[in-house]
Design a protein around this ligand. Structure first.
Ligand code: ADP
Ligand code: ZN
Ligand code: ZN
Length: 663
């Protein structure tokens, strides 16, 4: 009797593929073993999922080429978790495999034991009264509920509370997974934890070398795994055997959602699911909870613990609003700066204090325009205008990354009258160098932080006072702990507010509150200058008053009225094709079918804001799923519709994918 293995193969096709196990290897292959298998004309590293004796019908079964592992590289619990991801986020298991395994394990390396350096253990801080109380409340909440939200203002010492919870969990003989957004996982936090947990701590980061990542994976499979994993989104895929606590810091961060490629999973939801599988507890921490999480806490699904004071009672900063529309009319703006912001910056610099300027656009100018005829250069592959980058003197598409030379004259009217429009961080830096020629200025955005080293140097230089002014995109808002920042300038709140998405105000609040939280952390109260053309918008006042409750109430009422999460689930369906007519026709067909089932809860098809990316035309359909419906059933139904649609003549080259719980 032959033995077969159903194998997950890293290809974007649904399901597993059955292979015969060579008779001499039969006794060695188990679920979770890596096996080399032929697929099409290639060999792939797959994972054996199920071992059985049922020959597949109507196909010629191929043989496994090689059994790579001596013992399983993937645990059964991990495979269950992968299956959940694939079915909930509607993507092939092969895509989950690709996201989960470090590349080092996708090649034939045999597993090797890891060498560890001895690290000395320094002591942790005592919790103050408020922190101790929060710690106790979290513990009692865990008696009843699996998930608890720690809502604590910036600098209230949430990290200290995490540290105490981690210690408690380790003492119970269980493991801890501590998740941070990519950008917040700096040497600052790593060092702090290494000092306390020494060799018990493993760090897992996407910028680590393959060898480092594989070493962590293997250590987790060994008899002596790390007790604590500090990691980014993808560390939910590591092998755990006895996890007891998951901490998700900055839980509101939209970067916990993987956008591209599939699996488009939300690490917060997935980690809660993971914890569930192990009967573990989850602590969500943030100063600005996501509306969904806060809703779950308020309605009693999650526990809720609040810390309203900063450690040592340092006051939250004062926020002053500046009406830039009025100042522009009165011709009082100096480039992107109000006189107030400039004078406050000058005072701070004169006193040896530091300044952070926040502008959520990178590059020099968001676009350039012909002053004579209005021509704007656009990307040839995508439906967007190009951003001017002065340093390289080129135009860049922020969607596909393509770069173009700056034309000497307007190709439409042949005049030499091309002008920069708007302000990116690079241009803000230019202005600052003119106004403050003595100051040491640095800029933190995607362009200046291509490597982790560059990013950490920017942070360290600012933390040690070598830089006076830090200009940056949302990167400057992420969990940085500086002592000497007295002024924070929000150059333009409007670009965040005008973004066409139901979450734009929530997100703008998060960003502004977080960046404001960088002001006056240790010694004294700081000042935030908030520049906007819409000083009367409620959200601006919510930022000024630090009134999260009001933001939540307003946003929740709006979402209830227009039916958005947390009152439903959203599924976005994307259809892409080289020909616009094909994308359009397919989207029309699909949405007509969907309307028969979901009625008015189907929106679209629409052309997204950027209607073409990398030469493919895009159509988008939105499904608003009732909370009582099962995403898994809908997932099956959509798969069927998709197969029918792709069977249509002319549609075979169509790309269809789903974004479940989009961010
Ligand atoms: P949060 O995570 O809430 O923003 P942190 O945990 O980073 O706050 O704490 C802010 C600062 O206060 C840090 O520099 C931290 O070392 C210090 N701090 C917080 N709690 C304590 C404590 N109990 N003892 C000593 N220092 C503390
Ligand atoms: Zn022109
Ligand atoms: Zn492009």
């Amino acid at each position: 009797m032959s033995t077969f293995a159903d194998v997950i193969v890293p290809v974007p096709l649904p399901g597993t593929f059955t292979y015969e196990i060579p008779p001499e290897k039969e006794r060695f292959v188990q679920t979770g073993h890596r096996v080399l298998v032929p697929f099409g004309s290639k060999q792939y590293m797959g994972i054996a999922m199920r071992i059985h004796h049922i020959p597949p019908q109507g196909v010629q079964v191929k043989m496994i080429t090689e059994v790579v592992d001596e013992s399983p590289s993937i645990l059964l619990s991990q495979l269950n978790f992968w299956q959940w991801i694939a079915s909930y986020y509607m993507c092939p298991l092969g895509d989950v495999l690709k996201a989960a395994l470090p590349s080092g394990l996708k090649t034939e390396t045999r597993r090797r034991a890891q060498k560890l350096q001895e690290v000395h253990t320094q002591t942790e801080f005592q919790l103050n009264t408020a922190q101790q109380k929060a710690f106790d409340l979290i513990n009692s909440s865990f008696q009843e509920k699996n998930v608890c939200l720690l809502h604590g203002v910036t600098s209230s010492g949430k990290t200290e509370i995490y540290i105490h919870l981690i210690q408690q969990t380790i003492q119970q003989g269980k493991q801890v997974l501590y998740l941070l957004p990519e950008i917040a996982l700096t040497t600052q936090i790593t060092t702090r934890l290494k000092n306390i947990f020494g060799n018990h701590l493993g760090v897992y980061h996407s910028k680590f070398t393959e060898a480092q990542r594989v070493a962590v994976w293997q250590k987790q499979l060994s008899d002596d795994p790390f007790n604590v994993i500090l990691g980014v989104r993808s560390s939910i895929f590591l092998p755990f055997t006895h996890i007891g606590l998951v901490i998700i810091d900055e839980e509101h961060e939209s970067s916990y959602k993987q956008q591209d490629p599939a699996p488009r999973y939300h690490a917060r939801s997935a980690a809660i699911m993971l914890a569930n599988m192990y009967n573990a507890k989850v602590l969500l921490g943030t100063a600005t909870p996501s509306i969904e999480t806060y809703h779950n806490a308020i309605t009693g699904k999650y526990g809720l613990v609040e810390l309203t004071r900063r450690y040592k009672d340092i006051q939250l900063p004062t926020v002053q609003i500046v009406d830039t529309k009025d100042l522009t009319r009165r011709k009082l703006m100096e480039g992107p700066f109000s006189p107030l912001l400039l004078s406050k910056m000058r005072q701070a610099i004169d006193k040896g204090e530091q300044v952070i300027l926040f502008q959520n656009r990178r590059g020099f100018a968001p676009f350039i325009e012909c002053h004579t005829c209005g021509w704007v250069p656009k990307c040839l592959n995508c439906d967007v205008s190009l951003t001017y980058h002065k340093q390289h003197n080129q135009l860049t598409c922020h969607y596909c990354g393509f770069t173009y030379p700056v034309p000497a004259q307007c190709p439409a009217c042949e005049n030499n009258d091309l002008q920069s429009r708007g302000f990116g961080t690079e241009r803000i830096e230019d202005y600052i160098l003119q106004y403050f020629p003595q100051a040491k200025v640095s800029r933190m955005d995607l362009d200046t932080t291509k490597t982790r080293k560059a990013y950490e140097k920017l942070i360290n230089d600012f933390a040690s006072g070598q830089t006076n002014i830090l200009i940056g995109t949302q990167m400057v808002s992420k969990g940085l702990d500086f002592d000497n920042v007295s002024v924070v300038g929000i150059i333009n709140a409007d670009s965040m507010l005008n973004y066409p998405d139901f979450r734009s105000h929530e997100r703008a609040y998060h960003l502004m509150a977080q960046v404001a939280g960088r002001a006056g952390r240790k010694n004294k109260q700081g000042l935030v200058v908030l520049q906007t053309k819409n000083p009367d918008l409620p959200i601006i006042h919510q930022v000024v008053e630090n009134d999260y409750e009001q933001l939540y109430n307003d946003q929740l009422a709006e979402r209830q009225l227009f039916l958005y999460p947390p009152f439903c689930h959203l599924i976005y369906i994307y259809l892409k094709h080289k020909k616009e007519s094909v994308a359009d026709e397919a989207a029309q067909l699909l949405s007509t079918q969907l309307r028969q089932t979901f009625g008015n809860n189907i929106l679209g098809p629409d052309k997204p804001t950027v209607g073409r990316v990398q030469t493919l035309f895009i159509r988008k359909i939105i499904i608003k799923v009732k909370l009582s419906s099962s995403i898994y059933k809908i997932s099956e139904y959509l798969q069927t519709l998709q197969q029918q649609l792709l069977a249509n003549k002319g549609f075979s080259a169509l790309t269809i994918y789903y974004d479940v719980d989009p961010q």
